[in-house]
Design a protein around this ligand. Structure first.
Ligand code: AMP
Ligand code: TRP
Length: 334
C-alpha cells in the first residue's frame, strides 16, 4: 500500500472562501506535492450530526460538498472521495479509539468548549467524543499527512498521542500522522468582525462569501468588509485586523506573501485594493462554479463516490480486523 493522506470537511453549511483558502486549496496543492500518495478524502457527515441537523439540508450539503471538492480542482487519480457514513468502519473505529482516549484529554479541547457553549438544547456526548471519531478517520488509513486549517491542530495533536499510546500498547498498529497547515490562509476571518473566524454557522450572512455566490454578491461583500479609518495600506494583524484579513485573502489567492501585497498597494486607497481583491475572488470562483454546475447532478459524481466508498471500505475493514486481533476481541483466527 502507498503512503496516504487523509482529510475531511463537515457538510454543515455552504462552503465559504475561508474553508476554501484554509483547507480545500491546500488539498489541491497537497495532491500535486505528494503525487505518490493515495488521498482518502471524505465528507464528514457523522461529525455533522454531533449537533442537530435538518435531514433535507444535510443531504443537500453532502452532495454539494462532494461536487465542490472536485470543482475546486482535485484530480480523480490517487483519490478516494467518499461519504464517511457510507463506510461503516468509521463508526466502529470511533468506539475502539474511545477505549484509549481519556476524559481529561477531551475536556481540554477548545473546539468542544466553544461548540458546547452554543448548544442551548443540551450538549450531546458525541460532541464531547468528536475528536475520537476524527482520530479514527485518520488512523484507519494510516495517514502520513493530514491537511487541515489551523483550528484543527489540537485535534491532530490528540490523534498523534492516541496513535502513539496504542502503538505502545498493541505493537505498531498505526502510522503517527503529521498535520499539513497552510502558511497563509490558515485562518480567514469574518468580513464583519475580523476578530472571529469566517464561519459557516455565523448568523450574519454578510460575514462570508460562499463559493457559489453570484458575482455581484461577492463584490458587495468585499466592498463593505470592515477595515479601519486610518486609510493606510499596511499588513498588521494586531492593529489592522480587517485590512490584514483582506490582504491574507489576496495573498492566499495569488501565492504572494502578505508583506509583498501590502508593499505593492502602499500608495493605493482601500477602495482600489478592495476592487482588485473582488476581481481576484470573482475570477477564482468562476471556473469553480462552472465545474460545480456540470457535476452536481451527474452520474459521474455518483460513480466517483461509489468507487471511493469501495476502496475505503476495503482498506478500513482490514484495519478493524487487525485491531480486533491485537485487542483479543472475538475468537482466535484459525
Ligand atoms: P469547517 O468549514 O469549519 O468544517 O472546516 C473545514 C476545514 O476548513 C478545516 O480544516 C478548517 O480548519 C478549515 N477552515 C474553516 N473555516 C476556515 C477559515 N475561516 N479560515 C481558514 N480555514 C478554515
Ligand atoms: N474536524 C474536522 C473539521 O471540523 C473535520 C474532520 C473530521 C477531519 N474528520 C477528519 C479533518 C479527519 C481531517 C481528518 O474541520
Amino acid at each position: 500500500m502507498k503512503k496516504t493522506i487523509v482529510s475531511g470537511i463537515q457538510p454543515t453549511g455552504s462552503i465559504n472562501i475561508g474553508t476554501y483558502l484554509g483547507s480545500i486549496r491546500n488539498f489541491v496543492k497537497t495532491q500535486v506535492d505528494y503525487q505518490d500518495h493515495h488521498f482518502f478524502l471524505f465528507i464528514a457527515d457523522l461529525h455533522a450530526i454531533t449537533v442537530p441537523q435538518e435531514k433535507q439540508t444535510l443531504r443537500k450539503h453532502i452532495k454539494e460538498l462532494a461536487a465542490i471538492y472536485l470543482a475546486c480542482g482535485l484530480k480523480k487519480d490517487n483519490l478516494s472521495l467518499f461519504i464517511q457514513s457510507e463506510v461503516k468502519a468509521h463508526a466502529e473505529m470511533n468506539y475502539l479509539i474511545q477505549c484509549f482516549t481519556y476524559m481529561g484529554e477531551l475536556e481540554r479541547m477548545t473546539q468542544y468548549k466553544d461548540k458546547a457553549q452554543k448548544q442551548t438544547a443540551g450538549v450531546t456526548s458525541s460532541l464531547f467524543t468528536y475528536p475520537a471519531l476524527m482520530a479514527g478517520d485518520i488512523l484507519l488509513y494510516d495517514a502520513e499527512y493530514v491537511p487541515v486549517g489551523d483550528d484543527q491542530k489540537q485535534h491532530l495533536e490528540l490523534t498523534r498521542d492516541i496513535a502513539t499510546r496504542m502503538n505502545n500498547k498493541l505493537g505498531n498498529v498505526f502510522t503517527v500522522p503529521k498535520p499539513l497547515i497552510p502558511k497563509v490562509g490558515a485562518r480567514i476571518m469574518s468580513l464583519t468582525d475580523p476578530t472571529s473566524k469566517m464561519s459557516k454557522s455565523d448568523p450574519n450572512i454578510k460575514s462570508r462569501i460562499h463559493l457559489l455566490d453570484e458575482e455581484n454578491i461577492v463584490r458587495k461583500r468585499i466592498m463593505s468588509a470592515i477595515t479601519d479609518s486610518e486609510g493606510v495600506i499596511k499588513y498588521d494583524r494586531q492593529n489592522k485586523p480587517g485590512l490584514s484579513n483582506l490582504i491574507d485573502m489576496m495573498s492566499a489567492l495569488t501565492d504572494q506573501s502578505p508583506e509583498a501585497i501590502a508593499q505593492s498597494y502602499q500608495s493605493a486607497n482601500y477602495k482600489t485594493f478592495k476592487e482588485d481583491l473582488a476581481e481576484q475572488v470573482v475570477n477564482t470562483l468562476k471556473p469553480i462554479q462552472e465545474r460545480y454546475h456540470s457535476l452536481i447532478n451527474s452520474d459521474e459524481l455518483d460513480q466517483i463516490l461509489d468507487d471511493g466508498k469501495a476502496f475505503a471500505e476495503k482498506i478500513a475493514s482490514r484495519k478493524i480486523d487487525k485491531l480486533h486481533h491485537k485487542l483479543g476481541l472475538g475468537r482466535k483466527r484459525k
